[in-house]
Design a protein around this ligand. Structure first.
Ligand code: 3PY
Ligand code: MG
Length: 265
């Protein structure tokens, strides 16, 4: 089976950089895959991507060695299994609140006897290779998002769940969880405390930690802090940043003279 180079890097204690793909477009996926990201995460929770889009976007990413991840819309076994069958080499599962949630997500990613994944890796076997069925349990990354107050309260048990490879922080929901506006938590004491608790739980249980970021500066900060799965913005924000920079350089930034960012997700 084609190795999951991102997962192997984490297991060796290394760091990886990626970005989020929320635009439902094959060319965007292929274009982003041709940069130097270690992984890309196609977002089927808040992105505009449906299953038909995903089935075209994953092969576009597979034109390169970039590891293809998918954020599923919810911790729903059949949705996780369909993303894996389409060739995702890892799933990012949002809103994990309890150890039971964590076990349910892990089980959906593993074939028996370790889990309850149903066998039928339609495209995954073509992308992964003929021994996919034998090796997938060990190559598919299980990435769980801790981003709610309940998830924070149970972060220790979630991190301790066998089969979990990485806990991933969603800063918008985590801000809400600590009583702040979405995405406005950066630098606030309550938000920092929550991040530190997730970080400590991951370190104690020897699993990777990752997060979504809203700026290059934040990505640099968390990269320097040794995070293993660092997201650098997302396709919409990267596109907006490039457009803004070019318009500004040519002196044509009329609608946003203060260079303010439209509130992109
Ligand atoms: C969040 O910030 O809550 C996320 O889920 C990031 O995509
Ligand atoms: Mg979220």
């Amino acid at each position: 089976m084609r190795p999951n180079t991102t997962l192997r890097t984490w297991r060796a204690g290394g760091q990886t950089l990626g970005t989020w793909i929320g635009l439902a477009n094959t060319q965007v996926a292929e274009l982003m895959a041709n940069f130097d990201f270690d992984w890309l995460c196609v977002d089927t929770q808040h992105g505009l991507v449906d299953y038909a889009d995903l089935c075209n976007m994953l092969p576009a990413i597979s034109t390169t060695d970039t590891t293809p991840f998918v954020r599923v819309p919810w911790n729903e076994p059949y949705v996780i299994m369909r993303a894996l069958d389409a060739g995702a080499y890892g799933v990012v599962v949002p809103m994990i609140n309890t150890a039971e949630d964590a076990r349910r997500a892990v089980a959906a990613c593993k074939y028996p006897p370790e889990g309850m994944r149903s066998y039928g890796p339609s495209r995954a076997i073509i992308y992964g290779g003929p021994d996919y069925g034998q090796k997938a349990n060990d190559e598919i990354a299980v990435i769980l998002m801790v981003e709610t107050d309940e998830g924070l309260a149970n972060v220790e048990e979630i991190a301790a769940t066998p089969g979990v490879d990485c806990l991933f922080i969603g800063p918008s929901d985590l801000s809400l969880a600590v009583g702040l506006e979405p995405g406005k938590g950066w630098g606030e004491p309550a938000f920092n405390e929550a991040v530190a608790a997730i970080e400590a739980a991951c370190a104690r249980h020897g699993i990777a930690i990752g997060l979504y970021t809203h700026s290059t500066e934040l990505a640099i900060e968390f990269w320097q802090r040794g995070y293993h799965m660092v997201d650098l913005l997302g396709d919409s924000r990267l596109l907006a940043a490039g457009v803004r920079e070019a318009l500004s350089a040519i002196g044509h930034l009329r609608t946003k003279p203060d260079n303010s960012t439209p509130e992109l997700y």
